[in-house]
Write a protein that binds this ligand. Structure first.
Ligand code: KG4
Ligand code: ZN
Length: 356
């Protein structure tokens, strides 16, 4: 089966071709057009995003087909992100996919964007398959899941306020760095001295027990406020530029330690030896390294699988791959397929008991 995937949920217009069966799926092409225009505004402007998708989508799909050396006769189905995301942006992809499917007589399938992120790493790392613990960290989402099998997702924890990427972007703004700020913070933090500026680890303490509702949840808005105070204090001393690397380092260390500790808790509780990362923040090398360090300490042989940068950030390859999985299970969407700003991941199972 060969699937054309389309992604337009935020500010990337993307198309990709994935072919194969089961976990033996290969990426034939991936085209991503990032809408740089939003950098001027310091965040994604929904109306501008929708219009930019509209002008980009046809050439992006054509490019993905050309790169794969494929024609329409080679495509068996169209998979498209239909939730969650900016509704106007999603509707461009959904309408385009439905029109294509109708014109070519192909099945169309709506894919949940976050299920896509769970499949992304498996495209270039054949070992990143269930059962695993998953940490999804992007600009819009922060979720910790247990994945016993594809299509079965146990949501263990999530952010109570800002997403991890959002916290990176807001702290970058406070430090005068460009948007999106995650990678700029990571670079600046490398020049900072660990512990020189120390922030409290949000929602992380040794007294937490499995079953407590803050055992897996995270929260970053307090950390962001603490950074704001540190920046103001540095400014008052005329030392913002000198302190910026240490503040970036202190922020990143606090955020990473919290995410890593909770991820390893989940892997331990469910007896998983694989940890799969997804979302734009998974590009952060320090995050993967800290999870690997903690996993080695408490789990022994656990392996951490982080996606390559182009598969970590929003892309259509992961949508095609998740679409392939659902198509193989016989699932199809109708021409009434709609776009939704928010929608639970399909296949959510009750958290249930951890390993005895
Ligand atoms: O998954 P993604 O491309 O889009 C969303 O669905 O949100 O993630 C984008 C987010 C941004 O917040 C960006 O700052 C963050 O990922 N990001 C990073 C790094 N690279 C991208 N955060 C921390 N460190 C990085 N190296
Ligand atoms: Zn995403």
């Amino acid at each position: 089966m060969r699937v054309l995937g389309i992604e337009s949920s935020c500010d990337e217009t993307s198309a990709a071709i994935v072919s194969g069966t089961g976990d033996d799926a290969a990426l034939e092409s991936l085209t991503i057009l990032s809408q740089d225009v939003h950098a001027i505004f310091g965040g994604v402007v929904p109306e501008i995003a929708s219009r930019a998708h509209l002008t980009a989508i046809a050439p992006v799909v054509r490019h993905a087909l050309e790169q794969a050396g494929r024609g329409w006769a080679d495509i068996d189905a169209v998979a498209v992100t239909h939730a969650p995301g900016l509704v106007g942006a999603l509707l461009v992809g959904v309408s385009f996919a439905k029109s294509l499917a109708a014109a070519r007589g192909l099945p169309v399938l709506g894919v949940h964007h976050l299920e896509g992120h769970l499949f992304a790493t498996a495209l270039d790392d054949r070992a990143a398959v269930p059962p695993f613990t998953a940490l999804l960290v992007s600009g819009g989402h922060t979720m910790l899941l247990d994945v016993p099998a594809w299509g079965e997702y146990r949501l263990l924890g999530a952010t109570r306020d800002d997403a991890a990427g959002e916290a990176f972007d807001k702290v970058a703004k406070l430090l005068g760095l460009p948007y999106p700020g995650g990678r700029h913070i990571e670079t600046l933090a490398r020049e900072g001295t660990p512990g020189r500026v120390r922030f409290a680890r949000p929602m992380l303490n040794g007294g937490q027990r499995p079953g407590d509702d803050d055992y897996y949840d995270v929260s970053f808005s307090g950390l962001k406020t603490a950074v704001l105070h540190a920046v103001r204090d540095a400014e008052a001393r005329g030392a913002r530029d000198a302190d910026a690397p240490h503040i970036a380092r202190g922020f990143q260390d606090a955020l990473i330690e919290t995410l890593a500790a909770k991820t390893v808790r989940a892997a331990e509780a469910f007896g998983r030896t694989r940890i799969v990362l997804g979302g734009g923040v998974a590009c952060n090398r320090a995050l993967a390294a800290e999870i690997a360090r903690r996993a080695a300490e408490s789990l022994g042989a656990a392996a951490v699988h982080a996606p390559s940068p182009r598969l970590a950030t929003d892309n259509a390859a992961m949508i095609a791959r998740a679409g392939l999985f659902r198509l193989e299970r016989g699932e199809r969407s109708g021409y009434d397929l709609n776009a939704y700003a928010a929608l639970p991941i399909p296949g959510l199972v009750a958290p249930g008991a951890a390993r005895p």
